[in-house]
Every structure is written in structure tokens, then in C-alpha cells.
Design a protein around this ligand. Structure first.
Ligand code: OXD
Ligand code: MN
Length: 572
């Protein structure tokens, strides 16, 4: 139980919640973390002593392996427990909050016996920001506590704000027996609570991230008129020293981190791209414009494919102070994954969803806006997917509403980021399907409404780096070459670059705009396939039919779009 001193530190409200959980879980001791270096060192030492962590050859880097069945987000174990089922919507798993709470408390009985309960108070977003939020997370797992110490701003200041009456999110994680049959990640958005049991994997256990910063935050954002999004954001500086904020929503493992850490080089060496966020942003309207803040403090990225050539900015920081989870391991105790040169024998094979946890503060080119109260002004919004055909490299949608429609239609090839890998295409509206804490139909309406507050809404684009040729090879080189697409987008918003009108939106006039590759490839990348689009729109209608509350304005836009595709002369 909490000591008198601990109760004082936590304050009454937090103490009450903690004691309730402690009474059930019966930890050996309780430790409050305050974001100090010594705490991280303590967690690492304990994990090393218990042989759960392996020290790597890279400076201050460590290796951890989770159970193979607990190495990705488990969407089938993730629930939204609202009083009314309709409020969770048709894309979320729903449970009755009272019934599941009783079940979870049963699972938690004596779950922390002989263990330490760690309490992590945190602030999401710049401390000075009126948009920042606070929370308190509990875990009995040192590996989870260590990850959270990097991913979130763990600070006693959160407790001060709670003591001053600020609302907070309360999360409980317990490893239990890591029993996959009893794995639950349950969100109670109406109570601002999360309970996650029988898991220690990032997205399931690090509750500040997907659980608070997206699921609970999106629920609050709907009520309060802002947006919590699964998006990266960068501040691009042109050779003329103009600043452009670009945000992008791609599903997990579709290149958000790569775009976030892009390094303009070669013909783009006069440009700069500064990182704001690699995974999550919170968007607010101010004076008719959109501003983004990053609620996180660290990156939990996919290792596979990262190397000096594809991503030198990222490689630079991964060489130090990084926790690697489920990547490969060489005999010489270096981490390894697909895309890295292999100099040694592998003693541990990499999982395709092998990850790194690293502090964003160490990133060599972090935007100053990361620390500013209102964050980065967003000038263009991108949606993107992993699609071998149909979707052009880039197109500009005709209006905010059509942009929202294309975001809602987003579907992507499945990846290893979630356990449920059905193969084929997955509907993932705005890349938020696994993370929206309420009915997605209402979320679409919320996006439409948000746009109405904007004086000049940023243009919405759709991108696809993954189109393939007949042989199955990627046509577009991707990575740093994505700067060509960024440049076109920026020139469009300045009214400079010309474009070709198509039924889906504007595509670049690639006879005039240099994309750095051959014309034949560009023809393939921008080909518009009438039958393919008619099928895409038909499939979208079928998908949208699962939403009883689907916004009429978007149905109308979809019908208009379909008519345009039907009547377009594709032989021009
Ligand atoms: C992530 C994910 O971990 O989206 O960021 O799966
Ligand atoms: Mn993500």
C-alpha cells in the first residue's frame, strides 16, 4: 500500500485509484517514477540482472524479446467499453463496461504478488501547451516502464496539474501470465480509463500511446472539437526559407516513420525537413488554421528496412540509447534486421514487426515547433496506403469533403503490425480503424465539421509509394525521393505547379514536373483505371453500408465521384 509520503506526492484522486488496484493486485512494493535518469538506469539494471534484457554492442542499446504471440498489436483483444454499444460503432469490438470491469478485476487478483508496481505520471504534448493532457499509468513490468520512460514525458508536473483539478487518464497494465486467451486491452472512454492485461507488447501495453493519445483522446477530441490522429508531421523548409507543415496518415508499417525522418539530399540539398511527429498528432483549429502538436516523446518504429541508405537520420540515433524489441541478434551481440548488412552469424531471427524505442529528443533535426505551445501550422494533409495498383503516386482531392471521403475509403495491403493478418486489402479509414475510440461514422462527420471551421482548409492529398509493375517490382523508388512529391504538393499550394484534372482529383502534369524517373514509369504511376476505380467505389459503398450513421454529405460526394468516373473519357 502507499506510504504517507507517496500519498502526498500522488494527491488524493490518484492515490485512491492506485490503492484500489494495489488492494486487488497485491504488489510487493510501489514505486513512483518521475522521469529521472537514475530510474531508467535502475529499470535497465533490474532487467539485465533478471536476464530479460541483453546488452548490445551498440552504445547503451539493449535487446528484448517478447513472446512470439505477443509481438504485435492484438486488435481482437482490444475493446471500447462504452455504456451504449452504438457509441463504439461497427468497427470497434465492444464490451459492456460493468461486465468486463468485473472480469478484469478478477484477472488482476494477486497479479502483482512479489512484483513492484510502478506509477508513471505523464504529460502528453508540450508542457506549455493548452492542448497538452495528463495521465497516470501503472505497470508491474520493468520492460513496459522502461519503454514508457522513453515514449512519454514522465514527470511529477503531471501530478501537480492533477492536484490542481485537471482531468486525467488512468491506465493499468499487468503482465499477469501473458496468457493470450486472457489478453485484454479495454478502454473506458467515458471514465478515461484503460486496463490492459496479459501483454507487454508496445501498442498493447504502453498505454500512453495508442490507448491514451489515440483511443481516449479521439473520444475527447470529438466532444471538444479537435482531432487526435494516427499521423506523422514534418516541417519542410524550401530553398526560399518558407515553412510548410505537412501531416500524413498511413496505416502501420506503410512509411510514416520514413517520411517523418526524410533527409532531403541530392537535388533537394537546399531543402530541409524537420521532424514533428512520426506516429501521432493532435490537431486544433486556431484563427481558422490547423495546428499540430506531438503528444509523444519517443518513437516506437519498425526496424525492418531501416539503413544508412534509406534513412540515415534515423540510423544515426538508433546507434545509441535504444531499446530493440524482437529484432534479430547476431553472435557478436549486434541487432540485425532486413536491410542491414549482415556481418556475423544470426543467433536470433528478426520478427517482421521488430521495433526500436528511441527518444525523439535525440533526433538530429527536430522541429522547434515540437516544444511550442501551439505546435506546427499544417498546410497540407496526406492520406496514403500500400497499394500495388490503382492508386496514383499522388493526387490532390477537389475539396476538404472529398479529401475526407478518400480518407474514409482508405484501404491498404495487410502488414505484420497487427496479429490479424487476413491477406489482401484492409479497410482502414484515415489509418484510424484500430485507434478510433468511438463510432467512425461520427468521426467522419467530425472531420467534415472540423473543416468548416477553417478559413482556407489545407488541401488533402492521397499518396501511394507502393505501386508495382507487371513483374511485381516497386515502380517508385520511395524514401528520400518522396521529396519530389512533397515539392509538387508545396508548389500546388502556392499555385505554381500545373496539374491534370481526372475524375478522382488533380494529378501532376508529369510532362512538366520533374519526378526524377523515366516518363514510362510516370505513365504507369499515374494511370487511371476506370474499371478498377468503379470497383473501388463499389467496394467503398459496401464498406460504408456497415455504418448506420454514415454522413449523407459523404454519400452524396461518393455518388458524384462515381458519376465522374463513369463519364470520363479514359482514352484521351
Ligand atoms: C504502431 C502501430 O505501433 O501503428 O505505431 O502499430
Ligand atoms: Mn502507429
Amino acid at each position: 500500500m502507499l506510504s504517507k509520503e507517496q500519498k502526498e506526492i500522488l494527491g488524493e484522486k490518484v492515490s485512491k485509484k492506485v490503492e484500489k488496484i494495489a488492494k486487488i493486485t497485491k504488489p510487493k512494493e510501489i514505486k513512483i517514477l518521475k522521469g529521472e535518469k537514475s530510474e531508467v538506469e535502475f529499470l535497465i539494471k533490474k532487467l539485465l540482472d533478471e536476464k530479460r534484457l541483453i546488452k548490445l554492442k551498440w552504445k547503451n542499446c539493449y535487446f528484448y524479446k517478447t513472446k512470439p504471440y505477443d509481438a504485435a498489436r492484438s486488435e481482437s483483444s482490444t475493446y471500447i467499453a462504452t455504456k451504449k454499444k452504438e457509441d463504439a460503432g461497427p468497427t470497434n469490438n465492444w464490451l459492456d463496461p460493468n461486465e468486463i470491469r468485473a472480469k478484469l478485476l478478477k484477472i488482476l487478483e494477486n497479479a502483482m504478488e512479489g512484483k513492484t508496481m510502478y506509477i508513471l505520471p505523464y504529460i502528453l504534448g508540450p508542457e506549455s501547451s493548452p492542448y497538452s493532457r495528463v495521465g497516470v499509468m501503472i505497470t508491474d513490468n520493468e520492460f513496459v516502464a522502461l519503454n514508457e520512460s522513453i515514449l512519454a514525458n514522465i514527470t511529477q508536473k503531471a501530478l501537480d496539474r492533477i492536484k490542481n483539478g485537471e482531468d486525467f487518464v488512468f491506465g493499468v497494465n499487468s503482465t499477469c501470465k501473458l496468457d493470450p486467451e486472457n489478453r485484454y486491452i479495454v478502454h473506458f472512454p467515458e471514465k478515461k480509463e484503460v486496463i490492459s492485461v496479459n501483454t507487454e507488447y508496445g501498442g498493447n501495453a504502453d498505454l500512453t500511446k495508442k490507448s491514451h493519445a489515440l483511443r481516449i483522446a479521439s473520444f475527447q477530441a470529438k466532444k471538444e472539437g479537435w482531432l487526435a490522429e494516427h499521423m506523422m508531421a514534418i516541417q519542410v523548409i524550401t530553398p526560399e526559407k518558407e515553412s510548410f507543415g505537412i501531416s500524413a496518415a498511413f496505416p502501420s508499417m506503410c512509411g510514416k516513420t520514413n517520411l517523418a525522418t526524410i533527409k532531403p539530399d541530392g537535388v533537394f540539398k537546399e531543402w530541409d525537413a524537420k521532424l514533428l511527429s512520426d506516429d501521432i498528432i493532435w490537431l486544433h483549429e486556431k484563427e481558422g488554421k490547423i495546428y499540430a502538436i506531438n503528444p509523444e516523446y519517443g518513437m516506437f518504429g519498425v526496424a525492418s528496412g531501416t539503413n544508412e541508405k534509406t534513412n540515415s537520420n534515423l540510423m544515426e540515433i538508433l546507434k545509441e540509447d535504444t531499446i530493440f524489441t524482437n529484432v534479430g541478434l547476431t553472435k557478436n551481440l549486434e541487432p540485425w534486421w532486413e536491410g542491414l548488412e549482415l556481418k556475423d552469424e544470426i543467433i536470433e531471427k528478426p520478427h517482421p514487426n521488430g521495433r526500436f524505442t528511441v527518444s525523439i529528443l535525440r533526433y538530429p533535426n527536430l522541429s522547434e515547433k515540437f516544444f511550442e505551445a501551439y505546435g506546427l501550422k499544417i498546410d497540407a494533409i496526406l492520406f496514403g496506403a500500400r497499394r500495388r495498383d490503382l492508386i496514383p503516386l499522388v493526387f490532390e482531392t477537389y475539396s476538404w469533403e472529398e479529401g475526407v471521403l478518400f480518407g474514409a475509403m482508405l484501404r491498404s495491403e495487410t502488414t505484420a503490425a497487427a496479429n490479424e493478418n487476413s491477406g489482401g486489402l484492409n479497410n482502414d479509414p484515415m489509418a484510424m480503424k484500430p485507434f478510433c475510440g468511438y463510432d467512425m461514422a461520427k468521426y467522419f462527420s467530425h472531420w467534415v465539421k472540423f473543416g468548416k471551421k477553417l478559413k482556407e482548409p489545407p488541401k488533402i492529398y492521397f499518396v501511394n509509394w507502393f505501386r508495382r509493375d507487371e513483374k511485381g517490382n516497386f515502380i517508385w523508388p520511395g524514401y528520400n525521393d518522396n521529396m519530389y512529391v512533397i515539392k509538387w504538393i508545396i508548389e500546388r499550394s502556392k499555385g505554381k505547379a500545373s496539374a491534370i484534372r481526372t475524375p478522382i482529383g488533380f494529378i501532376p502534369n508529369y510532362n512538366e514536373f520533374d519526378f526524377g524517373i523515366e516518363k514510362e514509369k510516370l505513365e504507369k504511376l499515374f494511370e487511371i483505371d476506370k474499371q478498377g476505380w468503379l470497383k473501388e467505389l463499389g467496394d467503398a459503398k459496401t464498406f460504408f453500408s456497415i455504418f448506420p450513421n454514415f454522413p449523407k454529405v459523404l454519400s452524396k460526394k461518393l455518388n458524384e465521384l462515381e458519376k465522374r468516373v463513369e463519364s470520363y473519357d479514359f482514352k484521351r
